[in-house]
Design a protein around this ligand. Structure first.
Ligand SMILES: NC(=O)c1ccc[n+]([C@@H]2O[C@H](COP(=O)([O-])OP(=O)(O)OC[C@H]3O[C@@H](n4cnc5c(N)ncnc54)[C@H](OP(=O)(O)O)[C@@H]3O)[C@@H](O)[C@H]2O)c1
Length: 320
């Protein structure tokens, strides 16, 4: 049984009816209000973070039924609770990951069904909460896969990405010494957190080794695909000490780890802990810009431009 105070309305949803380039296939549609199935909740979306994965979805990642909604990172107010869900009631402030791979509408919508969620703590805004889910899950899981523990020297390549920025903070929390490559956007913030920082690009291997003195024990590559993996292998001295979250083809060719072929468990279970740290101002995922839902195309263009400089967040409720 679904417990609901659902209004008899549809939902606006950014979604695609055919696979292809996001700028060509995405539209803001009127869609049927999605029902929360068993073990799911539905929220009235307050904020939704966009990610590179949204554009990959349009191009055919997780192929399946169409139409398909985009937007995984959601915060909102519960308006319906699916069968089997305990401890959540209508009106609760939650954030988490939308039913993403296969839903006719997802987080970039007025209403969204969530597959994973945590309570939004006092002191954390809906926008700040919507910046967390995919970034926190990916950074935490990747550091676990890599085996990052106290006392190691760990390089995060691409620490100006949201996943990289989160991974630097998490590695420091684990007691690692961290060296990061990043552009100008977050270099000073990363230094203030306690990381050694250099720019990415030509000469990075020499700059990293002059900062650390010896090869880092482990390297996490969180950069967008850029052909950098051979350089990271050169820095580490062993491809199995490198883990990438983006360049799976090069990883396979070079013997770099990427989680493919490994037993991997998603780590949405840590969302609540990192939300509390964020509410306490001891952890952050930077937000670049916010947009009304109907301005989704401007957000998409910035993201596709490759330099979003933090999370891009849609605000479906802003036109209410
Ligand atoms: N496998 C997974 O589960 C998973 C999950 C999430 C994301 N990902 C992938 O991980 C990557 C990062 O995702 P994200 O959402 O965190 O990205 P993002 O925040 O959208 O990353 C954008 C930032 O990347 C930096 N950048 C651009 N070109 C770079 C380069 N050549 N080298 C290093 N940094 C560069 C820029 O920051 P600067 O200001 O520093 O230049 C830019 O602002 C993406 O490729 C994404 O597809 C994988």
């Amino acid at each position: 049984m679904t417990v609901s105070c659902a209004p008899a309305v549809n939902t606006r949803a950014v979604r695609f009816h055919n696979y292809g380039e996001p700028s060509e296939v995405l539209h803001l549609d009127d869609a049927v209000l999605p029902a929360p199935g068993p073990e799911r909740i539905r929220v009235r979306v307050q904020a939704c973070g966009l990610n590179p994965a949204d554009w990959a979805l349009c191009r055919g990642l997780f192929p399946g039924g169409l139409p398909r909604g985009i937007g995984l990172d959601v915060s909102g107010i519960v308006d319906a609770v699916g069968e089997g869900v305990q401890g959540v009631v209508v009106g609760d402030a939650m954030f988490g990951a939308a039913d993403f791979a296969g839903a006719a509408s997802a987080g970039a919508a007025d209403f969204a069904v969530l597959q994973h969620w945590a309570r939004r703590p006092a002191g954390l805004t809906p926008v700040e909460a919507a910046a967390l889910p995919l970034t926190v899950e990916t950074a935490y899981r990747s550091l676990d896969s890599l085996g990052v523990t106290a006392g190691q020297t760990v390089m995060v390549n691409g620490a100006g990405t949201t996943v990289g920025f989160a991974a630097v903070q998490m590695a420091l929390m684990r007691g690692a010494r961290v060296v990061a490559s990043a552009g100008d956007t977050f270099a000073d913030q990363l230094r203030a957190l306690g990381a050694l920082v250099t720019s990415y690009g030509d000469g990075m291997a020499e700059r990293v080794l002059s900062l650390t003195g010896t090869a880092p024990d482990l390297i996490l590559d969180t950069a967008p695909i850029s052909g950098v993996l051979p350089v990271l292998v050169q820095i580490a001295g062993d491809p199995t000490h490198v883990f990438t979250i983006s360049d799976f083809a090069a990883a396979q060719a070079l013997g770099v780890r990427s989680g493919i072929g490994e037993a991997v468990s998603l780590r949405y279970d840590v969302l609540g802990d990192f939300a509390q740290l964020a509410a306490d101002r001891r952890f952050t995922v930077p937000v670049a810009l916010t947009f009304a839902l109907e301005d989704w195309r401007a957000a998409m263009e910035i993201s596709l431009g490759g330099q979003p400089r933090g999370k891009l967040i849609l605000l479906p409720g802003s036109a209410d």
